[in-house]
Design a protein around this ligand. Structure first.
Ligand SMILES: C[S@@+](CC[C@H](N)C(=O)[O-])C[C@H]1O[C@@H](n2cnc3c(N)ncnc32)[C@H](O)[C@@H]1O
Length: 364
């Protein structure tokens, strides 16, 4: 639940508490001082998802109170969401109020926006979306200058594009990122830029190669590739790999190879347990790489034990994590061979207890 007042005092107190928690988790590994990156207090979330709640003949944006499936909070605005989302909320509501085709059986609205000002809204229905829906959505999308997607079970209609394009400047160079609907993107754009810059700084300039696991749409991959000879990046999601491929072309970067492999599969490939046709199809010769650093940004579950053993072979590990508990477990596994050389807290999720962090591990 959001505090009633998003004041700087309340924010600083929560951030200090997060730093304490992270320090306690990293204390067994003789952690150096944690570098803290604070977030804007409001309008930091580039994506937001709302239930649509019906009262009488009116539909409203709604969220469930934390931990409850019945306690509904109706909303007109969401101060933590981007200015663009707050601007669009009443406009989209007005559109469904004006047209039965857009409101009938509507149960969810998902907003995806960028720092560069683009927006995509997905409306989810309990009845099939059809040509009439598309005809109703078209003028709304055109008038608002956004893409609109209608989703129902097994069906998706797109008005405009099924992605937004983010523009980020990292170390004075601008990168453009295709961010597809429904796939992973870092929610806090300002913090994302800080995280990428931090990872690039920790990486430094190298003549050897970088391995990246869990690369998503290439969020870190593109800027980091400018500091090494070559990058091999892997990711499990087909949609994200496709977006990453498009991002390589769009940014004219030619020293990255991408493979759609889970971290577990890649571990099997690199340790010679199993061969994968997907590597051959992408012309990837694992033996041609001279890896110096590995960069990982796994989901909340952290890295599986076999992947941890694989990355143990690297002299330098840069690890970004959205779950400090699984991060600590993974560091514990690696601590017999690696020491903690740097740590950072990125406040991606203000007003929640969630902690995003980064560490550098160096071979002892
Ligand atoms: C926290 S996100 C980070 C993505 C990317 N680094 C970014 O900044 O946008 C974790 C990513 O891991 C991918 N993923 C989840 N499980 C995986 C697995 N077992 N192997 C490889 N990738 C996985 C997800 O699809 C997601 O893109």
């Amino acid at each position: 639940m959001l505090p009633t007042e998003l004041t700087d005092t309340a924010y600083q107190a929560q951030l200090a508490h997060k730093k304490q928690r992270l320090s306690a988790l990293l204390a067994p590994f003789a952690a150096p001082e944690i570098q803290v990156f604070a977030s804007p207090l409001q309008h930091f979330r580039l994506r937001a998802e709302f239930r649509i709640w019906r009262e009488g003949d009116q539909r409203h944006y709604a969220m469930f109170a934390p931990g409850s499936k019945n306690d509904v909070i109706l909303l007109e605005q969401l101060p933590i969401a981007s200015e663009k989302i707050n601007q669009l909320m009443p406009q989209i509501k007005a559109a469904w109020q004006a047209n039965e085709k857009l409101s009938h059986k509507l149960f969810q609205a998902e907003f995806l926006t960028t720092l560069s000002g683009e927006a995509l809204v997905t409306l989810c229905y309990h009845c099939p979306v059809d040509n009439d829906w598309q005809a109703a959505a078209q003028p709304v999308a055109e008038q608002l200058g956004i893409s609109l997607i209608g989703r129902s079970r097994g069906k998706r209609l797109v008005v405009g594009q099924d992605y937004v394009t983010e523009q980020l400047t990292i170390n004075q160079r601008s990168f453009s990122y295709r961010q597809p609907e429904g796939s992973f993107t870092q929610p806090n754009g300002v913090m994302n830029q800080q995280m990428i810059s931090w990872a690039c700084k920790q990486l430094g300039q190298h003549e050897d190669d970088l391995l990246e696991l869990y690369c998503g749409n290439g969020n870190f991959t593109l800027p980091m590739s400018t500091q090494v000879r070559r990058v091999l990046a892997t990711e499990i999601s087909k949609t994200s790999v496709k977006a990453a491929m498009a991002n390589l072309t769009e940014n004219q970067i030619d020293n990255i190879q991408l493979a759609r492999l889970s971290a577990e599969e890649f571990t099997q490939a690199l340790t010679g347990v199993r061969e994968f046709r997907r590597l051959q199809e992408a012309n990837i010769e694992l033996g041609s790489y001279q890896f110096g650093t590995v960069f990982v940004d796994p989901p909340r579950a952290g890295m599986d034990s076999a992947t941890c053993e694989l990355i143990r072979q690297f002299p330098r590990i840069i690890y970004v994590s959205c779950n400090p508990e699984t991060l600590a477990n993974n560091i514990e596994q690696l601590s017999s061979t690696h020491r903690l050389a740097a740590s950072a807290l990125f406040d991606q999720f203000p007003w929640t207890e969630h902690i995003e962090s980064g560490v550098v591990l160096e071979r002892r």
